[in-house]
Design a protein around this ligand. Structure first.
Ligand code: SF4
Length: 79
């Protein structure tokens, strides 16, 4: 089954919460008003939070990426 990587730039996030509205299993509100990528790990090189997901979770995360007004969520297919 194909794997995908969510890459989330928390610096860009302005806390609209649109992502959490469509993918609550993956994005949760943080007390600072932004969201956290649930289960994500911070990549110090890219300064982005990353999470590997299965194909079954792709559609909901694609939707989250599409509704984000600042394009803080990027999804790429892994080989
Ligand atoms: S939709 Fe984008 S800006 Fe809004 S909370 Fe989610 S990641 Fe942040």
């Amino acid at each position: 089954m194909a794997k995908y990587k969510i890459s989330f730039d928390r610096e860009l996030c302005i806390g609209v919460l649109a992502c959490a509205g469509v993918a609550e299993k993956f994005y949760k509100t943080h007390p600072d008003g932004k969201v956290d990528l649930i289960g994500g790990t911070f990549n110090a090189k890219t300064k982005r939070w990353e999470l590997i997901i299965d194909e079954k979770d792709l559609d909901v995360n694609k939707m989250a990426a599409e509704v984000c007004p600042v394009i803080a969520i990027i999804i790429e297919k892994l080989d």
